[in-house]
Write a protein that binds this ligand. Sequence first.
Ligand code: ADP
Ligand code: MG
Length: 691
Amino acid sequence: MYYILSMSILKNKDDLFKKISFLKGVGPKLSKYLKNKKIEKINDLLWHFPYSSTDRTNMTTLDKLEVGKIQTIKVKVIKYNFPRLRNLPNKVICEDEYGKIDIIFFNSREGYIKAILPINNWVLISGKINFYKNKYQITNPSYITSIDKIDYVKKIIPKYSLTDGLNEKSYRKIIEKVINNLPNVEEWHDEDVLKKFGFSSWHESLLKIHNFDNDDQVNNKYIRRLALDEILSNLIVLSKHRKKFKESIKKNKLFNSLLSKKILKNLSFRLTQNQENVINEINKDLRSDKKMFRILQGDVGSGKTIVAFLTSANVLEFGCQSALMAPTSILAKQHYILAKKIFDGTKIRIELLTGKTENKLKKEILKDLKNGQIDLLIGTHALFQKKIEFKNLGFIIIDEQHKFGVKQRMSLAEKGGKNCDVLLMSATPIPRTMMLTFYGDMDVSRITEKPKNRLPILTYSKPEKKINELIKIIEKSLSQNNQVFWVCPLINESQILDYSSVKKRFDWLKKRFPDEVSILHGELKQDEKDLILEKFLKKKTKILVSTTVIEVGIDFPDANLIIIENANKFGLAQLHQLRGRVGRGQIQGKCILVFKDNLSKNSIQRIKILKKSSDGFFIAEEDMKMRGFGDIIGYQQSGEKFFKIADPINHEDLFIFAENYLKKIENENLDKFDFLVKLHDRAEIIYSKND
Ligand code: ADP
Ligand code: MG
């Protein structure tokens, strides 16, 4: 019985979703190492492609050896040389008709060597060729076999990137076992799709990729096939989720916008056309009997917060409660202060709830929330703890949603029950071509214009060797009562990376501005971070040296200069977001990008784009063209890698094709894709517990 099991380990295709330790020979220790590589289920092994290969097909005679290369030779064993001294290796001398070679063994027993290299026998040996003291040698050969096994030695060996504790041979044993025992699956694509791209079956594609049959590990047709699979599975999941939302009927909200009109009258500015448009879109959703699941995209500083409050006002007027969630308590507090100001003179009761709220106050808030005396609750994810009950929550707004991954956002969408509308807000501009990929489950609203009074941030560049000049610029800035951000890519000095660290820069600045500088980075606890930001906000410190951890959403009205070191380390979109932290008030914002001396063409091009444009959407598109999609800032921050195989630059045609493909099949029965969706780990997203 056990024998049969180990012969056909993956009899059932669902075996692929079993833990890796299900495989014979994978114990707890190996499982742990594999987990470091994010390989937990058998399925995960499939997507961990080899990055290159070792070619052992190259059989060589001893007159044609090439030092440093891995070669396979056919030789006769002629003499043993076992020195019987510690630390000296055992040696076996071999020859063919053209020459001699030494085979060297460290840490191998004589008996073993004699067994695998019997004297006067012909053998096949494969390994890296060295030249030492005028002799060719192979040290610890990777393969030795008798000549009848020639096919086994002569092959291309795929190479995988591995972590400590995993060696190539044992890893290969595992992956070979899985690849050679892949379960039978029914094709999910129509024949004409396969034909159009020249694709092979799922099975064959995996086999070819893992045998490294093709040098081009991005664009060969086997990889492209799996990339299309992955793209499609993502679109299917989002589409199903969207359908589920559209099918659920809610109680529509009715209002005359009296409250929001009152607020508008008291604002010191007029809404932009874009703001008016998105408010109308949101109001329409609120009034409809379909639950809203909408994302509001707008560049930093485009004025999303006021949109959130004006639409909340309508929900409050109708008689439902609203909740606004921010990723950090400091941002939540800023929203709270602003809301108090905006709703001043109305009967709306607003409270703030974060992890820091005192217990006594918290209890009171919980009570009043439940009996409906609080209208608008602002806070962090503390808003969604189990014990928090609203009387009639009708609207949830989630700010800076890029901080939350896709799975989180979908679970947030379920919060608040079926009568509750959901609006997400994000400052991460997603290129238009990637919209459906990211937000295919949602309706999208966009703000693409900035308020008219806003001055575009001036962007300069400076070589690192002139860094001392920045001192004068900072001094001038401080004397005008402004504050300064100084951003570095690293926390600590690195031996390996030639980047600046916040700690080093902090010390350096402290010498010149002893009382003005503070330091912020991701190693600090949230409480410590909040304290430092609070101090900076209150202008107790004037210069903040930090990594990229500062929230994008926080308004520092007096911060008007940002200096970014090693600017080429950051993506364009990220630089744009960083500079968006300054110049939010009336004063001209300035951004100085500091570079190492030797700027590549690419870097120069990037500076040009930043200097020329302040349009986040345009910059995101350029960024994607130049650096690829892993850099779209938000998805880096949420720590979520969107695709394992697909690459929007190289596989752009597949993305475009998949969108149309989905539109065609969307209303058919999609059951045949169930396994595919599960393969790509998207299933748990849609089939959540609430189903
Ligand atoms: P974000 O979209 O990045 O969240 P905010 O909502 O924080 O931007 O708005 C940034 C600043 O712009 C705020 O000080 C806000 O009061 C102001 N603002 C918003 N809308 C307008 C407008 N139409 N005209 C002028 N200023 C505006
Ligand atoms: Mg904001």
